[in-house]
Design a protein around this ligand. Structure first.
Ligand SMILES: NC(=O)c1ccc[n+]([C@@H]2O[C@H](COP(=O)([O-])OP(=O)(O)OC[C@H]3O[C@@H](n4cnc5c(N)ncnc54)[C@H](OP(=O)(O)O)[C@@H]3O)[C@@H](O)[C@H]2O)c1
Length: 254
């Protein structure tokens, strides 16, 4: 890997993709700042690595931002990259709607990324070639059933980062938007439907890091899912029929 000797903050590093990314970046000789809420899992991550620094940060809590910023500024003079990875998923049920879910999921997936950027902003801009990396989702490519909360939160994140990229050209800050399909992590292990083109997290992390090395504007994977979603966007009436709750697992039966 060509990414070495950098200081990189990965949020949501206690499991799944964040953990994989943190480990690989540390193995390559970077200083990795790994945050999440589950400190026990983070302590497990750090075992055998003196170059992974862990701290507790609930990205949904803006009240934590000034403390987090202060602790980071005490320890580091700059941060080269931030990987906005922390995320959650809940499925909406139109038969028993939990309206608060929309805000709850957005508070982590979208506002959580904003809060993280607020905390790291000064240190990021102090780096020679700052890089913001957002972990979005292919779910935004076409509407899936029960995905109102998750899809909307990721769509907000996508737009936010794309708009950021426009303004940040002037400051020489790169923005990469990663758009995973289904990856086998604790997040998806809870799913009650079959997931097409499911990737192991190791494979996903390798591909995501390759996109980071090239500072790609965006990287969606796997390709067959991107093609399926293109089809869904291009033929919305057929997509709607394919996605009928009787075809895809339906929360109504819960
Ligand atoms: N797996 C997939 O198929 C897939 C597909 C598309 C996109 N993604 C995205 O990839 C990212 C990583 O997900 P994953 O699949 O690796 O799932 P995961 O194993 O459940 O990891 C999610 C991570 O986010 C952290 N997190 C959740 N809520 C948080 C909060 N309020 N504050 C701070 N950290 C929080 C969790 O740590 P704590 O619980 O310790 O806080 C955990 O480390 C997410 O943004 C997800 O939306 C995943």
């Amino acid at each position: 890997m060509t990414i070495k000797g950098e200081t990189i903050w990965v949020t949501g590093a206690s499991s799944g993709l964040g953990r994989e990314l943190a480990l690989r970046l540390a193995e390559a000789g970077n200083t990795v700042i790994a945050s999440a809420r589950n400190m026990e899992a983070l302590r497990d991550l750090v075992e055998g690595f003196s170059n992974i620094h862990i701290f507790e940060f609930d990205v949904s809590q803006r009240e934590q931002v000034s403390n987090i910023r202060a602790s980071l500024e005490q320890r580091y003079s700059s941060i080269d990259r931030v990987i906005l990875n922390a995320g959650t998923c809940e499925y909406f049920n139109v038969h028993k709607p939990d309206w608060s879910m929309i805000g709850r999921v957005s508070q982590v997936n979208f506002i959580g990324a904003v809060n993280t950027l607020e905390a790291v902003w000064g240190l990021l801009l102090a780096a020679p070639k700052p890089h913001i990396v957002g972990v979005g989702s292919q779910a935004v490519g076409a509407p899936f059933p029960r995905t109102q909360a998750y899809g909307a939160s990721k769509a907000a994140l996508h737009y936010f980062l794309e708009s950021m990229r426009v303004d940040l050209q002037l400051l020489n800050v790169d923005v990469t938007l990663l758009k995973p399909g289904f990856v086998d992590t604790p997040l998806t292990q809870r799913n009650d439907f079959s997931m097409p083109f499911l990737w192991p997290p190791e494979k996903a992390a390798v591909k995501m890091l390759a996109a980071l090395e090239k500072r790609q504007r965006s990287y969606a994977f796997p390709l067959p899912l991107s093609l399926l979603l293109w089809f869904g966007r291009s033929f919305p009436r057929i997509w709607l029929r394919l996605m009928r709750p009787s075809v895809v697992a339906d929360a109504a039966g819960d």
